[in-house]
Design a protein. Structure first.
Ligand code: HEC
Length: 121
């Protein structure tokens, strides 16, 4: 059984690496910037209700205040999101405590245009 040792070594290595880099984003912020939904009791609800018509990128690229999230979720309910008032509250709270205006910008989804190419108008 070498697996626990390997795992421990990897964890130690990762911890040492992270400690070495004080400016590195913490795990949660890194996940958010990379477009992952952080683990949370509300995550399954958001996955179940907010990815019926579009991908999660639509959510994870936003940097909104709670009021803006509220409006967005209301708009999505008008579009047909099957969420009760109670579920909508939980969804808004989850989004508002994660994708806030002070979060670093999202990771680029598309590669930048090659040097010398004309930008799209
Ligand atoms: C019934 C289909 C549907 C569901 C379910 C849905 N959306 Fe959308 N969503 C859309 C459509 C269509 C657009 C693009 C139209 C637009 O931008 O106005 C969109 C766009 C968005 C955008 C882009 C910005 C904006 O305001 O248009 C965000 C953010 C978003 N949705 C979040 C959510 C969240 C959060 C949920 C879960 C509560 C959700 N969506 C569920 C249909 C849906």
């Amino acid at each position: 059984m070498t697996r626990p040792i390997v795992t421990a070594a990897l964890l130690f290595g990762a911890a040492a690496w992270a400690a070495d880099k004080p400016t590195a984003l913490d795990e949660r912020t890194k996940a958010l910037v990379e477009g992952r939904l952080p683990d949370d009791p509300a995550r399954p609800l958001v996955q179940g209700k907010c990815m019926l018509c579009h991908t999660g990128d639509y959510l994870t690229q936003q940097r909104l205040t709670e009021g803006q999230w509220q409006k967005t979720v209301e708009k999505m309910r008008k579009f047909g999101t099957p969420a009760t008032d109670e579920e909508a509250k939980i969804i808004v709270a989850y989004l508002a405590r994660n994708w806030t205006p002070d979060l670093p910008p999202p990771r680029l989804v598309r590669a930048p245009l090659p040097r010398g190419s004309l930008p799209h108008k």
